[in-house]
Design a protein around this ligand. Structure first.
Ligand SMILES: Nc1ncnc2c1ncn2[C@@H]1O[C@H](COP(=O)(O)OP(=O)(O)OP(=O)(O)O)[C@@H](O)[C@H]1O
Ligand SMILES: O=P(O)(O)OC[C@H]1O[C@H](OP(=O)(O)OP(=O)(O)O)[C@H](O)[C@@H]1O
Length: 222
């Protein structure tokens, strides 16, 4: 019996869009997956050699990068933040669309916009410190990042940071917290991610699955 293929999926908001996609590639989770009372974390599927793990979005990348899971689905925001060399992200799944943006108090100028008076050092609250630091460095601005795991939008009002870098979809959360989007740092969508070693070592199974996802996304777009 070969070792099962472990497929990591995020339990957050991508999940609802990811399940129909999995169904299109022929992977259906067992009934236990949908049982809200179940505390199980590993689930069988209709495919005897494929199991699912349902973990937090950032942890999907960690499981796959370390080879504990062979494949996964995660936002490009997470792929960019970790920049793991063992991760290969071959398919844009066309789901989970949003953007990663810099935002500041309504009416304020973006940092560095004023060459003479602009700050060369700012404090930014974000769940994405690596991406944020990288982006500000490219602008010639030194950013001190304060890592938060959610509710970034309250940080400027309470003086924790002058700006935030966070995901924006409708923009409602920003507006309701008196913030304005100042710059889009990246457009985000969910990616199929694969462990590079597993892609080579399990060449009878993993590349074929990647191809199925590519086809399923192509069919949906056609
Ligand atoms: N407002 C949004 N609109 C569309 N996609 C989003 C939005 N917010 C997040 N996403 C996408 O969904 C992914 C998971 O986000 P979600 O907010 O569900 O999880 P989370 O609450 O950040 O996860 P965790 O529980 O691990 O902290 C993000 O990495 C991003 O790719
Ligand atoms: O532009 P909008 O449509 O308002 O969406 C943006 C919000 O969605 C995400 O948070 P989420 O709801 O996932 O909660 P979280 O803060 O717990 O991550 C993100 O972190 C923003 O707060």
């Amino acid at each position: 019996m070969p070792e099962p293929i472990i497929f990591a999926i995020p339990k957050g908001r991508i999940l609802d869009e990811a399940l129909p996609l999995l169904a299109r590639v022929g992977i259906e989770p067992s009934a236990e997956f949908f049982d809200k009372k179940s505390r199980a974390l590993v689930f069988g599927t209709n495919r005897p050699h494929i199991s699912l793990i349902r973990v937090r979005a950032f942890d999907v990348a960690t499981f796959v990068a370390h080879g504990a899971a062979q494949l996964g689905i995660v936002g490009s925001d997470v792929v960019d933040e970790f920049d793991y060399s063992e991760l290969y992200a071959p398919v844009d799944l066309g789901i989970g669309h949003c953007r990663l943006s810099l935002a500041g108090p309504e009416g304020s100028a973006p940092p560095g916009a004023n060459e003479l008076g602009g700050e060369s050092h700012i404090r930014v609250a974000t769940k994405y410190p690596a991406t944020t630091r990288r982006w500000f460095e490219a602008q010639g601005i030194q950013a001190e990042c304060i890592k938060l795991n959610g509710a970034m939008e309250i940080a400027p009002k309470l003086g924790l940071a002058s700006h935030i870098v966070d995901l924006v979809s409708t923009g409602r959360t920003l507006v309701e917290n008196a913030l304005a989007e100042q710059t889009i740092i990246s457009e985000v969508s969910a990616r199929l991610i694969v462990n590079r070693a597993a892609f080579k070592l399990r060449s009878a199974e993993v590349p074929a699955l990647v191809e199925k996802f590519r086809q399923a996304v192509g069919d949906a777009a056609a």
